[in-house]
Design a protein around this ligand. Structure first.
Ligand code: UT7
Length: 325
């Protein structure tokens, strides 16, 4: 009998400090940077984001999301045999945020590692966990997207600092005789490294290069809608489904206009799209599991429904996962 993997619990965590666009605009104005709620809402759909306090790391947000997911799955931390954290804002250069989170969770001995695929990180991590479960090398996995992107923002650059926020989302993925994850599709094209990056690195006790986020927003926008559609169509074909079968589209929450474009290409109405970008901003690898958890906890997404998760981000990376909840 074939082995599959299935999501059995979800959780999320947002830092308590919430800034509306007006709050952020007021803060930026103190250093002479001009933006408005109207501009941010019209161009991105974002109305608010959460920023973590200076002493809060990705593992702190991730562990809270993981605990909620374990509770929802009715499992203990000691039941978990694999932890994958998708993050571009790790607590340390090394060890991995997954190892730090494992210790905070009180789970010891299981495999734990990070995945770095920026905003596609959760799609990559979920695909890896699914493959490991299908291969028999794990049975109960925690897959977490956790970010403190506010640490990377240049608050003098209004074209980027209004877009991102902090948070974490988690799922428990368990071995199952019924599917679960039906298909996934991952891609990257390193020729686009420069359009979305944080070019700095640590060397000789110093940060060399610029450690703040740089983005060519128009180039990212143009690529994003096309590659999301390609990935979505690839997983539908692999699973023998069509777009009309999708109950919920859960795209990476970067910009409502990109999400509308992705839905339009699949001929899905926006009421089949889970939208949290308005309240969270772009939380990179955390955005999809945050949106998934929000959709489930609000009662919109129900057991058995067909979900299309799709991500796109720095690298350039992109991918999709089609699953039955
Ligand atoms: O995970 C992937 C992450 N990345 C993304 O999702 C980014 C994708 N790209 C985008 O979302 C959009 O390109 C942006 C939201 C970043 C920008 O939207 P746009 O419609 O491409 O605006 P633009 O860059 O063409 O800027 C239009 C104007 C410019 O002024 P001028 O030159 O026309 O006078 C900007 O200086 O808007 C100005 N502007 C702002 N004004 C007020 C740029 N940022 C702001 C701001 N507030 N925050």
């Amino acid at each position: 009998m074939r082995l599959y993997s299935r999501i059995t619990g979800t959780g999320s965590c947002l830092p308590s400090r919430r800034l509306t666009n007006a709050d952020l605009a007021d803060e930026l104005a103190t250093s002479g940077v001009v933006t408005t709620d109207d501009w941010i809402v019209e161009r991105t759909g974002i109305r608010a984001r959460h920023f973590a306090a200076a002493d809060v790391c990705s593992s702190d947000l991730g562990v809270e999301a993981a605990q909620q997911a374990l509770q929802a799955a009715k499992l203990l931390a000691s039941d978990i045999d694999l932890i994958i954290v998708a993050t571009s804002t790790p607590d340390m250069v090394f060890p991995s945020t997954a190892c730090i989170l494992q210790n905070k969770l009180g789970a010891h001995g299981c495999a734990a590692f990070d995945v770095q695929a920026v905003c596609s990180g959760f799609i990559y991590a979920l695909t890896i966990a699914d493959a490991m479960i299908k291969a028999g090398s794990a049975t109960k996995a925690l897959v977490i997207g956790a970010e403190v992107f506010s640490r990377l923002l240049d608050f003098k650059d209004r074209t980027t600092c209004v877009l991102f926020g902090d948070g974490a989302g988690a799922v428990v993925l368990e071995a199952s005789r019924t599917p679960g994850i039906l298909a996934s599709d991952l891609h990257a094209d390193g020729k686009h490294v420069g359009i979305l990056c944080v070019p700095g690195h640590v060397s000789g006790g110093k940060v060399l290069g610029d450690p703040l986020l740089k983005m060519d927003g128009k180039a990212v926008f143009k690529l994003a809608v096309g590659v999301l559609d390609e990935a979505a169509r690839a997983v539908l074909a692999k699973a023998g489904k069509v777009a009309a079968d999708i109950d919920w589209l859960i795209p990476h929450q970067a910009n409502i206009r990109i999400m509308q474009g992705a839905a339009r290409k699949l001929k899905l109405p926006m009421d089949k799209v889970i939208v949290t970008v308005d309240q969270h901003g772009n939380t990179s690898a955390a955005s999809i599991p945050l949106a998934l958890d929000s959709g489930i906890r609000s009662g919109k997404i129900k057991p058995g429904e067909l979900l299309m998760l799709e991500g796109v981000g720095g690298g350039f990376t992109w991918g999709a996962v089609l699953l039955n909840l």
